[in-house]
Design a protein around this ligand. Structure first.
Ligand SMILES: [Zn+2]
Length: 566
């Protein structure tokens, strides 16, 4: 992921009054002061429908909107009043999109809990609980069921794009790695109607983000199960790690389409999953969308089929993938598909609204970028690569496996190197826990630095500035255990310095062997920070590097870096 901090900037350009909530005529009434922002939209999420009112729909007079839960609305030049039927309403969001300025701002106001109409059912006492197990994840333990090893997700996703309504059928092949009477998947904000285990109806409960499933027996270790979950609803984004819409993750609807950015825990917003990087699985996506929309996912494009006025797109990811790297995009796309080499296909997608030449110059360097990476680490691990652009100005790019997601704002070419390098470090070798994220982001930052500064003299000058800034700011170690700091510069900048410092210490040749061995040993699997340290010691035959690395990785003080000069 490559993040840009734009939310604070956007917020400051907006003036708004907090919504007033009250009951009137047996309906909820909300009044928003638009404070001169003329371009706005209102989204309301109900139990089954999403309605989006955009400014052209509204007229300056009172009137009735033809949707079941909006009783009436009235607008003036500066405000909009909507009356809602409380029986339908779950949540309402209001977005302001000021037309001025380079980037469009989006501000979402969530109503107080008093208007939430539905609460999850409380669990019955006799429902079996999964066997307690040691959970290696310290920041997101609730997202991982350590008793499980998911082997494959086969996701049927039928999407009404206008209403952002998802009907899902997830067929999950999994293995229990411990004996347990129940399993715990994650699915947030969507309603499950049926669960089958090995073809038989199974008892289940939804509790917050958890979907508990009764296996109807106490599983034996290593037993495989075929779990089918039927579910539906309007996906809601997950507010994590921050609490603004820009920081939220998961399934996102924007004006003309849908895209998905999961990292770290957004996958549960659109499919039931063991939502943790340590449980990688193969995937099949079957995306059904109304024409003329196109459904795109990562993996290899298999088949498409038409039925009346809808189309189903099938993609298969045959290499194991972490849930945070899965993506779906629905929009009208232009595509560029070519066979770069006999074993490598390029698949790039551009929303129809973007200019023809959008980032074409940077994508033209893709082959050079691949050569740059392969020279250092070895062959690109997958049979496909490509870039997909969102239409909405997303705050960051993400290394969604074999199909990196990029925002519609222009990006420098080093940002493309950053995401491409995640193909090796992040996608092929995936961090074992979120604390090991620096093994992904520190590596990607390291390669982006090398691309940006090919001359050692320039690189050293650049690193000196980064190093001194880290010292001055008392940058904490790249191994992170505090959830709110997960995507801080600790994993990126201090993470990259671990590698730069190691390279200067052992020399370019030995460092090259370290990179290649470490990748080869853990390809298509997970690696922990310990695994990396061990790999360095084994490759170089220098046990003293363990202490050196541990200072850089876990030490609260930024170690000395004499090679950069005084
Ligand atoms: Zn990244």
């Amino acid at each position: 992921m490559h993040k840009h901090l734009i939310s604070a900037l956007l917020m400051s350009s907006l003036a708004f009054a907090a919504p007033r909530v009250g009951e009137h005529d047996n309906a909820y009434r909300l009044v928003f002061d638009l404070a001169g922002n003329t371009d706005f939209s209102v989204q309301a999420l109900t139990s089954g429908i999403q309605i989006q009112l955009t400014q052209p729909v509204l007229t300056p007079e009172s009137g009735t909107v033809n949707v079941p839960f909006v009783r009436s609305y009235a607008t003036t030049a500066n405000s909009i009043t909507l009356k809602f039927d409380p029986a339908y309403l779950q949540e309402i969001k209001v977005s302001f999109l000021p037309a001025s300025g380079e980037q469009k701002a989006r501000l979402v106001l969530d109503l107080p809990k008093m208007v939430l109409a539905s609460t999850p059912p409380s669990p019955s006492k006799d429902f079996p609980v999964p066997t307690p197990a040691k959970n290696p994840e310290v920041m997101y333990p609730e997202s991982l069921d350590p008793n499980l090893d998911v082997l494959n997700y086969d996701l049927g996703l039928e999407v009404d794009v206008q209403k952002n309504f998802l009907k899902g059928t997830a067929l999950i092949q999994l293995k229990t790695v411990a004996s347990t009477p129940a399993i715990r998947l994650n699915l947030l904000g969507l309603t499950v109607s049926e669960v089958q285990v090995n073809g038989k109806t199974a008892a289940f409960q939804q509790q917050g983000q958890h979907l508990l499933i009764d296996l109807n027996e106490t599983s034996s270790v290593g037993k495989t199960y075929r779990v089918q979950v039927i579910y539906s609803g309007v996906p809601k984004t997950v507010k994590d790690p921050g609490d603004t819409e820009e920081d939220s993750v998961g399934w996102k609807k924007f004006k003309d389409g849908i895209y998905v950015l999961n990292e770290p825990n957004g996958a549960m917003s659109w499919f039931p999953c063991n939502d943790h990087p340590s449980d990688k699985a193969t995937f099949t996506f079957r995306i059904t969308v109304p024409l003329p929309y196109m459904g795109v996912a990562n993996g290899t494009s298999k088949t498409t089929s038409n039925l009346n006025d809808s189309k189903t797109y099938v993609y298969e990811m045959k290499e194991p993938m972490a849930t945070y790297l899965a993506t779906v995009h629905i929009n009208r796309f232009g595509q560029e598909i070519r066979q770069l080499r006999p074993n490598l296909k390029i698949r790039n997608y551009f929303p129809a609204s973007l200019p023809e030449d959008f980032q074409k110059k940077e994508l033209g360097k893709l082959e050079a970028m691949l050569n740059f990476m392969e020279k250092q680490v070895g062959p690109y691990p997958f049979s496909e690569y490509g870039v997909i652009f969102t239409e909405y100005p997303t705050p960051y790019a993400l290394e969604t496996q074999t199909l990196s997601t990029f925002p519609s704002q222009k990006k420098a070419d080093w940002a493309f190197v950053h995401e491409l390098s995640h193909g090796w470090f992040g996608n092929s070798v995936t961090p074992k826990t979120w604390s090991d994220l620096w093994l992904s982001e520190g590596f990607a930052t390291y390669f982006q630095d090398l691309w940006q500064y090919p001359k050692e003299k320039d690189l050293k000058a650049f690193l000196k500035t980064r190093y001194e800034r880290n010292l001055k700011n008392k940058m904490k170690p790249p191994y992170i255990t505090e959830r709110k700091e997960l995507f801080s510069q600790r994993a990126y900048q201090r993470g990259s310095l671990v590698l730069h410092a190691l390279k200067f210490k052992i020399g370019e040749k030995a460092f090259g062997q370290v990179l290649q061995n470490y990748h080869k040993t853990h390809a298509f699997k997970n690696a922990s920070t310990e695994d990396f340290v061990q790999s360095v010691v084994k490759t170089t035959g220098k046990p003293e590097l363990k202490g050196f690395l541990e200072k850089w990785i876990y030490g609260s003080v930024v170690p000395e870096f004499p090679e950069l000069g005084q």
